[in-house]
Design a protein around this ligand. Structure first.
Ligand SMILES: Cc1cc2nc3c(=O)[nH]c(=O)nc-3n(C[C@H](O)[C@H](O)[C@H](O)COP(=O)(O)OP(=O)(O)OC[C@H]3O[C@@H](n4cnc5c(N)ncnc54)[C@H](O)[C@@H]3O)c2cc1C
Length: 253
């Protein structure tokens, strides 16, 4: 993190850039971390600020993703905020960001839309034909659907387990959040791959194209599910968290 905040009077002056801020083009407020102590070790010396998005020094540029979603790069040029806009304590921002990420790793990737896509695939398999034979009679398709059904159930139960742990109060369950995020988003990608394979070449037709299998959802989710394994922390980062926090393995980087 290279966005800097330097002390100025009764507040802070922010200068730099934050790439990937997905809702910046319609948000009113910006939760943003900035480096307040460049001498401190990497995860210390970061402070969290709340910045009004209509501040004149803020520029928002779009970045369009392969999944059609817009995200943004945001430039902050001499943006001054008073001490009232510091969230929590100075130099403890990374701790707050980590806690928020624990919750985001579940709330941003909840199971229900994934489950709906699995139901859509099942409906397609139940009714579609290939070369004059019902897909539901194809042993390869049946095996794949059965495996996906099992994996969908695992993802659903992991989600419920996270909710149960988080409802106990206290700190958010870090390892369980990473386990859920890793499993659910990787499963979501496998489901998208399977939908493309099972529906064949027609699955490349886009939403609103006549005759597109699964109303084109297979094609669009094939593109956007890739992003889910990056946003909120990549799968590699989730594996690192599980290895260290849950399994007690040493740091590997
Ligand atoms: C479409 C999109 C929207 C986003 N929206 C937001 C947003 O609204 N707000 C926000 O704050 N962020 C947002 N992000 C940022 C997102 O959280 C980061 O891109 C993500 O956490 C990866 O970090 P990075 O880009 O710095 O990649 P890097 O950390 O540079 O990672 C690059 C590669 O190296 C691997 N890697 C890195 N460190 C390790 C390690 N220790 N061990 C093993 N492998 C490692 C990663 O897995 C990855 O494959 C968004 C990203 C995308 C793509």
């Amino acid at each position: 993190m290279q966005l800097k905040a330097t002390r100025d009077g009764d507040g802070w002056r922010l200068n730099g850039q934050k790439t990937w801020t997905t809702s910046a083009h319609f948000a009113e407020w910006y939760w943003v971390g900035a480096r307040t102590d460049p001498e401190a070790p990497k995860h210390h010396g970061i402070t969290l600020f709340l910045v009004p998005m209509d501040h004149p020094g803020i520029t928002v540029n779009p970045i369009w993703t392969m999944g059609d979603e817009r995200t943004n790069e945001v430039y902050l040029d001499d943006v001054w905020v008073s001490d009232d806009y510091v969230v929590g304590e100075v130099n403890r921002g990374f701790q707050y960001i980590s806690e928020a990420l624990d919750l985001e790793r579940f709330t941003m990737f909840t199971f229900s839309p994934i489950g709906q896509r699995f139901d859509l695939l099942c409906e397609y398999v139940a009714t579609a034909e290939r070369d004059g034979r019902p897909l539901r009679e194809d042993p390869v398709v049946r095996r794949r659907i059965a495996r996906l059904a099992t994996e969908a159930e695992v993802a659903r139960v992991m989600g419920l387990r996270f909710v149960a742990e988080a409802s106990r109060g206290g700190a958010a369950p870090t390892a369980e959040a990473s386990e859920y995020k890793l499993y659910a988003t990787e499963f979501s990608k496998r489901l998208a791959d399977a939908s493309m394979d099972i529906a064949g070449p027609g699955s490349q037709l886009r939403v609103r194209t006549e005759d597109a299998p699964m109303a084109g959802r297979a094609e669009s989710t094939y593109r956007y599910t890739v992003i889910d394994t990056i946003g909120g922390g990549t799968s590699e980062i989730q594996r690192n968290i599980i290895a260290r926090r849950k399994l007690g393995l040493p740091k590997s980087f």
